[in-house]
Design a protein around this ligand. Structure first.
Ligand SMILES: NC(=O)C1=CN([C@@H]2O[C@H](COP(=O)(O)OP(=O)(O)OC[C@H]3O[C@@H](n4cnc5c(N)ncnc54)[C@H](OP(=O)(O)O)[C@@H]3O)[C@@H](O)[C@H]2O)C=CC1
Ligand SMILES: CC[C@](O)(C(C)=O)C(=O)O
Ligand SMILES: [Mg+2]
Ligand SMILES: [Mg+2]
Length: 328
């Protein structure tokens, strides 16, 4: 496995090219601004009524409608919500693609599950930052960068890898390291990571810990600090030096509790459940459910989101965070 760094990538492959970043949300604002600061000619594509339009203009971009941006650009990066990409591609981008253009993604869902089937005479690649968009921007501004993945699905021009690495350099990813992957591997591991561990697994673990303490009669504020607030500090240590470094920093009492009680909470059933989640991703069952959920106007998404927004842990957190002046 090779990791690509700044020296492996050359921004010259983006010289004389216009990049259209479609969407100006979490990834869109970050990637567009990083590319611009790297000297790349960027336009932003949005719908006319978009609330992001004035923001992108304030940030100094030429903003065009999506069809206009796609027509003007040589490289078109689609950074709108996954579920909207197929129809925007069909209606606004595909009619404006020219042979030799490049189509770029930051997540492989639409290509991998055949929701977008691009014409054969364009390059198709993915540069996927392994980070939320706002940190893609913040770490670039700090002179760092977030790690990323590069996958090439179609190499019509014979230069898709070079162009992909140049794009990754432009958004700061080669500063931290870029690993080559496939659309299948990125899609399945990204969906699994966010569902089982990073987002779904973590929020379920935190909520279960909070409820266990509160139901046992402990103060909700103490429960919040114990299972949610301090989680960041523990994760920061794991991020910096792995599990061992984190364990070096905690008391030996905590280490012993970690070793003996962790596997009691996350037992073998959890791994079986994770395997079931992964199977639904691999078979396309999750993707089909998510597509149908959107066609039905998101009844499950909306009701589960509201339930959590109204939960006690969120109310306690809102109150406590107001007292934490250091949180921006
Ligand atoms: N969020 C993240 O950190 C990560 C995201 N990704 C991937 O990046 C891609 C973008 O995700 P993310 O940044 O979260 O997306 P966002 O939800 O933040 O995208 C919102 C932007 O898309 C625009 N938009 C929505 N619908 C349309 C439309 N029909 N036509 C044109 N623009 C539209 C919105 O403008 P409007 O005001 O019109 O709604 C807004 O500017 C996805 O593929 C995602 O999987 C990958 C890694 C991390
Ligand atoms: C962890 C969620 C993510 O996969 C990400 C920020 O990388 C996403 O889709 O937003
Ligand atoms: Mg991800
Ligand atoms: Mg994701």
């Amino acid at each position: 496995m090779k990791i690509y760094y700044d020296n492996d990538a050359d921004l010259k492959y983006l010289e004389d090219k216009v990049v259209a970043v479609i969407g100006y949300g979490s990834q869109g604002h970050a990637q567009a601004q990083n590319l611009k600061d790297s000297g790349v000619d960027v336009v932003v594509g949005l719908r006319k009524e978009s609330s992001s339009w004035p923001l992108a203009e304030e940030d100094g971009f030429e903003v065009l409608t999506t069809p206009e941006a796609a027509a003007k650009a040589d490289v078109i990066q689609i950074l709108i919500p996954d579920i909207k990409q197929a129809s925007v591609f069909k209606n606004d981008i595909e009619p404006n693609l020219e042979a030799g253009n490049a189509l770029v993604f930051s997540h492989g869902l639409n290509i991998h599950y055949d929701q977008i089937v691009p014409q054969k005479d364009v390059d198709v690649f993915m540069v996927a930052p392994k980070s939320p968009g706002h940190l893609v921007r913040r770490l670039y501004e700090d002179g760092k960068g977030v790690p990323g993945l590069l996958a090439v699905y179609q190499d019509f021009t014979g230069k898709a890898y070079e162009l992909g690495l140049a794009y990754a350099k432009g958004i700061g990813c080669t500063h931290a390291g870029v690993i080559e992957t496939t659309f299948q591997e990125e899609t399945e591991t990204d969906l699994f990571g966010e569902q089982a561990v990073l987002c779904g697994g973590t929020t379920a673990l935190v909520k279960a810990g909070f409820e266990t303490l509160v139901e046992a009669g402990y103060q909700p504020e103490i429960a919040y600090f114990e299972v949610l607030n301090e989680l960041k500090l523990i994760v920061d240590l794991m991020f910096e030096g792995g599990i061992s470094t984190m364990r070096d920093s905690i008391s030996d009492t905590a280490q012993y509790g970690d070793l003996v009680s962790g596997p009691r909470v996350i037992d073998e059933h959890v791994k079986e459940n994770m395997q079931a989640v992964l199977e639904d991703i691999q078979t396309g069952k999750f993707a089909r459910e998510w597509i149908l959920e959107n066609q039905a106007n998101r009844p499950v998404f909306n009701s589960l989101t509201k339930k959590d927004e109204d939960s006690q842990i969120e109310a306690v957190g809102r109150k406590l965070r107001k007292m934490m002046s250091w949180i921006d």
